[in-house]
Design a protein around this ligand. Structure first.
Ligand SMILES: [Zn+2]
Length: 189
């Protein structure tokens, strides 16, 4: 069972003893959004209900446990334990409610992920159409790569090897003496 302190202006402080741990959560709700912060400290088992006080520096929680008293300072900047008992003379004690720990909802196991849609099959690399990436061009069968003015032939060295030029239009290997590309008819000279 958690203790809920209403700190006003939509702020709630929720404290719960979980074994040797004291879990502290803050929830600020404003229209349209909810922010929560959650942390826990080792305090030991509570021997008395917790108390909360509003002080000029923020909300101070007083946890009374078997090992002694613990104070937790809750400010806009975060939740931290305080080693010394703060001066609570001018502090206003906040009324406590009992309830559930709303921050626990965030700890629920995640929903199983939806099964991934099967990927669309990749287009097979066309043996005819050269593949272009920027100024790089790749073509299969025989395998050739062209980058700018450079071209590398990776396959079939007998037919696409030395002494060949490549058509600037379609990339086909052409005889250096050829005036037109034998593949696409592009004028070469
Ligand atoms: Zn050509």
């Amino acid at each position: 069972m958690a203790y809920i302190f209403n700190a006003g202006a939509g702020h709630q402080v929720i404290v719960e003893n979980q074994g040797q741990q004291t879990a502290v959560a803050t929830v600020s709700s404003s229209p349209g959004q909810q922010q929560s912060q959650r942390t826990s400290f080792t305090t030991g088992t509570w021997t008395a209900p917790p108390a909360a006080f509003r002080t000029p520096a923020g909300i101070v929680l007083q946890i009374t446990a078997a090992q002694g008293q613990h104070f937790v300072n809750i400010a806009a900047t975060g939740i931290s334990t305080v080693s010394e008992a703060p001066n609570l003379a001018l502090a206003e004690e906040l009324p406590a409610q009992q309830g559930g720990m709303p921050a626990v909802r965030a700890m629920e196991p995640m929903k199983p992920m939806e099964p991934m849609k099967p990927m669309e099959p990749m287009k097979p690399i066309s043996p005819v159409e050269p593949m272009k990436m920027g100024d790089m061009e790749m073509r299969m069968n025989p395998m050739e790569m062209r980058m700018g003015n450079m071209s590398i032939s990776l396959g079939n060295p007998l037919s696409a090897g030395a002494g060949k030029n490549f058509c600037p239009q379609c990339g086909a290997a052409v005889e250096p003496s050829a005036r037109f590309c034998t593949s696409c008819g592009h004028r070469l000279i």
